[in-house]
Write a protein that binds this ligand. Structure first.
Ligand code: NDP
Length: 448
């Protein structure tokens, strides 16, 4: 960060938002790319564009009281950060995880602004969630929590204002309970208010698969730049949730062998290649841990986090798809030593900044989350399109649109980086391409 203006904006973020480390990290990464853009556009400083960009338009924090199965009242905290609506209604998922706090929701909301801009689909950036932990809760407890959460959130969302979706801990089941409560409170069927709905009641075919599939489509396009593809590659995917499962599915479909995946307790290594049907059964149907996969699959090995790291499993392609800051410098060095060719982020900000620098130094292709995992939100925007026109597209139609969008995002990042003499730097390309789309709209719309 060389420009005094950019640096002063970053200092303000740190000062004004104490303790919000993930938010500082996300802002730093974007601002770090902006020096040459700010130098070429004096109007940004004149209109305090960056100062406006780093301040959410609105932040809502609310109490969520609900009754557990034993009759005890539990109280969680709910969040919705409506970050930027210059390009369209706020759009971004809801995360239910005990680690959720304001800094995490703000980092996710900030990233979402640029990711959504990159899709070119007219959606602003927002994010929300709660420190509620769905693990170990009964279906009824999850339903009561979702109803309590929506009893406040419904005041702030709508198909033209703010359209939430899923994220960690929020999948099809939770979206169903949230939508049901919204519909009851509002007294109308406003399908476009949430995305990730079930197919048959407003959901889009292909939304479940979209983030993982899109991640692999983006990575495939990166690999083509060096004359390679997924065929014959050895792949490691962290996580075993929505993004990870469908990244594994697509990578296998393209001829790769996926040998490892993880959950928050440990990871499995399956040298024969992950049995996807078994993984889906364990994670999506039984809602079990990966230990259940290892128990049912001869030849696979389970290791706890204390016994090692998934990033020590040799691979040529790594797709971190669990959570933020899950891949450290040490992990990056291990991947590089083992010959990794490409790393693309399925999760939001899973690689620590020092890890990204190490990949760049070693000439490893690196796809940042705000570009590589944009397929989920892009397909959410396609779901909104279907809701507005009361259409239901086929799976093929949706995924072929997804593929085109992911390729366009790739090419936009690639070409933007090249224009500034930074060929192959996808972090720079994604930050600058996303920023230019939002900033142009903000300037055109005046000081608001
Ligand atoms: P899920 O809840 O479906 O799965 C999350 C996975 O990550 C689980 O395997 C979980 O393990 C693991 N995990 C969660 N927290 C931690 C942790 N602290 N340490 C290690 N592992 C952890 O979430 P998604 O797959 O939807 O989301 C994964 C990532 O992708 C997130 O960063 C999310 O923001 C991002 N993303 C998701 C999109 C979507 O469409 N769903 C779109 C774009 C990005 P366990 O079960 O043990 O908790």
């Amino acid at each position: 960060m060389k420009s005094a203006y950019v640096k002063s904006v970053y200092d303000t973020v740190v000062q004004r938002n104490p303790g919000e480390n993930e938010f500082h990290q996300a802002v730093h990464e974007v601002l770090d790319s902006l020096d040459p853009v700010i130098a070429a556009h004096p109007e940004f400083e004149k209109t305090a564009l960056l100062e406006r960009l780093i301040e959410p338009e609105r932040q809502i924090i609310f109490r969520v009281p609900w009754v557990d199965d034993s009759g005890k009242v539990q109280v969680n905290r709910g969040y919705r950060v409506q970050f930027n609506s210059a390009l369209g209604p706020y759009k971004g998922g809801l995360r239910f995880h005990p680690s959720v706090n304001r800094g995490i929701i703000k980092f996710l909301g900030f990233e979402q602004i640029f990711k959504n801009a990159l899709t070119g689909l007219g959606i602003g950036g927002g994010k929300g969630g709660s420190d509620f932990d769905p693990h170990g809760k009964s279906d009824n407890e999850v339903m009561r929590f979702c109803q309590a959460f929506m009893s406040e959130l419904h005041n702030h969302i709508g198909e033209y204002t703010d359209v939430p979706a899923g994220d960690i801990g929020v999948g099809g089941r939770e979206i169903g309970y949230l939508f049901g409560m919204y519909r009851r409170l509002e007294g109308r069927y406003e399908a476009g208010v949430l995305t990730g709905k079930g197919v048959g009641w407003g959901g889009s075919k292909g939304r479940t698969e979209a983030t993982g599939y899109g991640l692999v489509m983006f990575t495939q396009r990166m690999l083509e730049q060096i004359g390679q593809g997924f065929e014959g590659q050895r792949v490691v995917v962290s996580g075993s949730g929505n993004v990870a499962i469908y990244a594994i599915e697509k990578a296998q479909e393209l001829g790769a062998k996926v040998v490892a995946c993880s959950d928050s307790s440990g990871f499995i290594v399956d040298e024969a290649g992950i049995d996807l049907e078994l993984l889906k059964q364990v994670k999506e149907v039984q809602r079990e841990r990966l230990t259940a996969y290892a128990a049912a699959r001869p030849g696979s090995v389970y290791r706890t986090r204390d016994e090692g790291s998934i990033w020590d499993v040799p691979c040529s392609i790594a797709l971190p798809s669990a959570t933020q800051n899950e891949l450290s410098l040490e992990n990056a060095e291990s991947l590089i030593k083992n010959g990794v060719v490409a790393v693309a982020e399925g999760a939001n900000m899973p690689c620590e900044p020092e890890a990204i620098e190490a990949f760049e130094r070693a000439d490893v292709l690196f796809g940042p989350g705000k570009a590589a995992n944009a397929g989920g939100v892009a397909t959410s925007a396609l779901e909104m399109e279907q809701n507005a026109s009361r259409e239901q597209w086929s799976f093929m139609h949706t995924t072929s649109r997804l593929e085109k969008i992911m390729h366009d995002i790739h090419d936009d990042c690639y070409e933007t980086a090249a224009q500034y003499g930074r060929s192959g730097d996808y972090v720079f390309g994604a930050n600058v391409a996303g920023f230019m789309k939002v900033s142009k709209a903000m300037i055109a719309q005046g000081v608001i």
